[in-house]
Ligand binder design. Structure first.
Ligand code: B1M
Length: 216
C-alpha cells in the first residue's frame, strides 16, 4: 500500500507495529497537522462507520483509538507553534459527564495550546461542578465542552442551565464541540436558553477561530 493508505489502514486495523516509522516517513513529506487531518481522521471516520453498521466490535474500536492517540502523540512535537503568543487567554476544556470520548477534545487542546492559549484540560466524564470550579480557580475566559454521544448534547444543555442558575453565564462564553452536535442545535436551541454566549465548533480550527473572536 502507498504510505498514506497504509497509515489510514493502521488506524482502522489498530495496528501499531511500524506506526512510528510510517509517521516519520510521512513527516518528511507533509506537515504533521495535515497528516492528522487528512489521513488519520479519515481512518477514524471509517472506524465510526464500521462500528455504527455493526461490522466492527467495541474492543477493536478501542484499539483503533489507542493507535490514533499514539500517532497524535508522536506527531505533536512536530506541529507548528506560534512563538511568543503565550498568555492569550485561558480555556477550561472537558468531556462532559458520562462521556469517555477524548480524541477530539485532546486535539483541540493541542491546537489551542500551540496557538498561545492556556488550556486547563480536565479530562473525561466531568460533572458541571468540576468544570465550574476549575473555571473559577483558573480565572478562565472561556469554557469548552466536548461530547460525542447523543446523550451528551442533553448534558450540555443541562450544564448551560446550571451556569445560568449560578449566574455565571455572562462571565463564561461557552464553546461546544463533538460529533453528535449540530450547528443549529447549538446556535439556535442552546443559544435561546443560555444567558451568555454559546458557540459551535465543527473542528479544532473553528475552536481556535472562536477563541480568537471571543477573547478579542
Ligand atoms: Co464511541 N461512539 N462509544 N467509542 N466512538 C461514537 C461516538 C459513535 C457515533 C459510534 C457509532 O455508533 N457510529 C456512537 C455514539 C452514538 C450515539 O450517541 N448516538 C458511540 C458509542 C455508541 C459508544 C459506546 C456507548 C459504545 C458501547 O459501550 N456500547 C461507548 C460510550 C462510552 C461512554 O462514553 N460512556 C463508546 C466507547 C468508545 C471507545 C472507548 C471505544 C472509543 C473512544 C476512545 C477515546 O476517545 N479515548 C470510541 C470511539 C473511538 C468512537 C468513534 C468511532 C470515533 C470518535 C473519535 O475519536 N473521532 C465514534 C464515531 C464517530 O464519531 N462518528 C464513536 C475522531 C475525533 C477527532 O473526532 O471527537 O468528533 P471528534 O472531534 C472532532 C470534532 O467533533 C471537534 O474537533 C474534532 C476534530 O477537529 N470537536 C471539538 C470535538 N470536541 C470539540 C470541542 C471543541 C471544539 C471542537 O471545543 C470545546
Amino acid at each position: 500500500l502507498p504510505l498514506e493508505e497504509r497509515l489510514k489502514r493502521r488506524i482502522i486495523d489498530g495496528e501499531r507495529v511500524g506506526l512510528e516509522a510510517d509517521l516519520d516517513a510521512a513527516l518528511a513529506e507533509r506537515p504533521a497537522l495535515e497528516i492528522v487531518n487528512d489521513t488519520l481522521l479519515a481512518g477514524m471516520k471509517v472506524v465510526g462507520e464500521l462500528f455504527g453498521s455493526g461490522q466492527m466490535q467495541l474492543p477493536f474500536v478501542l484499539q483503533s483509538a489507542e493507535v490514533m492517540k499514539s500517532a497524535v502523540a508522536h506527531l505533536e512535537p512536530h506541529m507548528d507553534k506560534v512563538e511568543g503568543a503565550e498568555g492569550k487567554g485561558t480555556i477550561v476544556l472537558a468531556t462532559v459527564r458520562g462521556d469517555v470520548h477524548d480524541i477530539g477534545k485532546n486535539l483541540v487542546d493541542i491546537i489551542l495550546s500551540n496557538n498561545g492559549y492556556t488550556v486547563v484540560n480536565l479530562g473525561i466524564k466531568q460533572p458541571v461542578s468540576a468544570i465550574v470550579e476549575a473555571a473559577e480557580q483558573h480565572g478562565a475566559d472561556v469554557i469548552g465542552m466536548s461530547g460525542l454521544l447523543v446523550k451528551s448534547t442533553v448534558i450540555m444543555k443541562e450544564n448551560l442551565e446550571e451556569l445560568n442558575a449560578r449566574n455565571l453565564a455572562a462571565k463564561y462564553p461557552v464553546i461546544l464541540g463533538g460529533a453528535a452536535l449540530t450547528r443549529a442545535y447549538v446556535e439556535q436551541d442552546l443559544h435561546e436558553i443560555y444567558d451568555g454566549e454559546v458557540r459551535y465548533a465543527r473542528d479544532a480550527f473553528e475552536g481556535l477561530r472562536l477563541m480568537d473572536a471571543l477573547i478579542a
